[in-house]
Design a binder for this molecule. Structure first.
Ligand code: SOE
Length: 380
C-alpha cells in the first residue's frame, strides 16, 4: 500500500494544469511508495479556483496562499504562480515544514534564490524545481550517452529556444497569462523563461559554465499594462543570445527569442564531441539524433533513434505502452513527479533541488549583467 502525499497547489494556469495532470496519472504507470492526493488548490478568484478544483479533482479551494501554508493536512506545496511570488511562498512553506515543488525559474535573481535555498535547507524539507525537459526520455538518454563516454571530449554545445507569440504591438503586458511580459512579475523575459530551460539542460549534460558574453534586445519598447491600464515601458528582454565557456573547455552558443516568426516552441540542442555528436528537437521530442564517427565508414551517418524501446535501455519507456509507441510533452511532468516520489521514499534529494536550480539562476544573472555591460562576465 502506498502512502498519501497531500498536495496543495498554488496557481492554476498552464503549469497548474501540467502538474495536476502529472499527479493524477503518476500512480497509474509507476509503482511508488507514495501517491499524491490533491487536497487543495489556491487562486484569488474563488469561482475559477472551484472550476479548476472540479476539473482536476482537488478536494477543496483556498483564495489566500497563506491558508495552504498553514493547513495541517497538506504535506507538499506546489508553486505555480508568477516568479515574483516564488521566494515569499517558498520560504513560508519551508518555515511551516512543508515540502516545496517550485515552478521554474527558481527565483527573480540569484540573491532571492540564495535565501530560498537557505530556507529549505535549514528546515530540511524536500524541494525541487520543475525543469521538466530533463525528463523527456530522449534528453535523459542523451545524458546516459554522455556519461558512458560515447561522445568523448566535448567541443561544442549549441542550444536554441524560439517562439513567436509576442510579435504583435497590441499585446498588453501584465496580469493573467501575460505576466511573462511584465518585468516586475517575471524578473526577465526570454532569459529567465526560455533560456533557463536551455541552461538547466546544458548544466546537467555538460557541467558548469565559467563565463558568458551576451546581448539582449527589447523590440517593442512600450505596451499597455493590464494592471494599470496605462501604456508603460517594457522591461523584459524579448530576445537574448550569449556565448559561453564551459568548465570542461567546450564552447557554447545559446539563443532565445519570442520574435522568430513561425516557431512556437522550438527548443533544440546539439552537442559535438570528439567521437560522436547528439542533437534533440522538442518538436520531435521522442527522437534523439546520434552520429558516431567510430561507425564503419561506408555506413557512417546521423541516426534517428526513436526513444520508445523497453528493457530499461530507453529511460522511462517501460512504464508506458508497447515499444514503438511514443509519449509526449505532458509525460515529462509525470516523470518528474515519479522521480520526486521515488526520491522521497529513498530519503534522497530529487533533482534539480533548489540548490541545483540556483546554478541556472547564476548563469541567467551573468547573462543579463553581460548584456547590460557589454563585457564577458564570470558566473562564479
Ligand atoms: C512560455 O511560452 C513557456 O510556456 C515557458 O514558460 C515554459 O517554461 C516552456 O516550457 C514553454 O514556453
Amino acid at each position: 500500500m502506498s502512502k498519501p502525499l497531500n498536495i496543495g497547489m498554488i496557481g492554476y494556469g498552464f503549469m497548474g494544469r501540467a502538474h495536476s495532470n502529472a499527479y493524477r496519472k503518476v500512480n497509474n504507470f509507476f509503482d511508488l511508495a507514495y501517491h499524491p492526493v490533491l487536497k487543495a488548490v489556491c487562486a484569488r478568484d474563488e469561482a475559477k479556483a472551484r472550476e479548476f478544483a472540479q476539473r482536476w479533482g482537488y478536494e477543496s479551494v483556498e483564495t489566500d496562499w497563506r491558508k495552504i501554508v498553514e493547513r495541517k493536512d497538506i504535506d507538499a506545496v506546489d508553486i505555480c504562480v508568477p516568479n515574483n511570488l516564488h521566494k515569499e511562498i517558498s520560504i513560508a512553506c519551508a518555515r511551516a515544514g512543508k515540502m516545496v515543488l517550485c515552478e521554474k525559474p527558481l527565483s527573480m535573481d540569484t540573491a532571492e534564490g540564495e535565501e530560498m535555498c537557505a530556507a529549505v535547507e535549514q528546515a530540511g524539507v524536500p524541494n525541487m524545481v520543475w525543469y521538466n525537459y530533463r525528463r523527456v526520455p530522449a534528453v535523459t538518454m542523451a545524458r546516459k550517452l554522455i556519461e558512458e563516454g560515447r561522445l568523448g571530449r566535448i567541443f561544442h554545445y549549441r542550444a536554441q529556444f524560439l517562439q513567436d507569440w509576442t510579435i504583435s504591438t497590441d499585446l498588453p503586458q501584465g496580469g493573467t497569462a501575460l505576466w511573462r511580459l511584465d518585468a516586475a512579475a517575471a524578473g526577465s523575459g526570454v532569459t529567465g523563461d526560455l533560456l533557463a530551460h536551455c541552461i538547466d539542460t546544458a548544466l546537467w549534460l555538460n557541467g558548469s559554465i565559467d563565463n558568458v558574453t551576451a546581448m539582449t534586445e527589447t523590440f517593442i519598447k512600450e505596451r499597455k499594462h493590464n494592471l494599470t491600464g496605462k501604456v508603460e515601458k517594457v522591461g523584459i528582454d524579448d530576445a537574448c543570445a550569449f556565448l559561453a565557456r564551459f568548465q570542461n573547455g567546450s564552447l557554447a552558443i545559446f539563443e532565445s527569442t519570442r520574435y522568430a516568426r513561425g516557431h512556437k516552441a522550438l527548443y533544440t540542442f546539439e552537442i559535438n564531441g570528439e567521437k560522436a555528436s547528439i542533437r534533440w528537437d522538442l518538436h520531435d521530442l521522442h527522437r534523439l539524433e546520434y552520429f558516431d564517427h567510430r561507425d564503419e565508414s561506408k555506413l557512417r551517418a546521423w541516426r534517428s533513434i526513436h526513444v520508445t524501446d523497453h528493457g530499461g535501455e530507453h529511460p522511462y519507456m517501460d512504464k508506458w505502452w508497447v515499444p514503438g509507441l511514443q509519449i509526449g510533452y505532458e509525460h515529462s511532468f509525470v516523470h518528474q513527479v515519479a522521480d520526486f516520489l521515488d526520491a522521497l521514499a529513498k530519503g534522497v534529494p530529487a533533482e534539480p533541488t533548489f540548490r541545483s536550480a540556483l546554478e541556472t539562476q547564476k548563469v541567467c544573472d551573468a547573462v543579463l549583467k553581460s548584456a547590460a555591460s557589454g563585457q564577458w562576465v564570470s558566473v562564479r
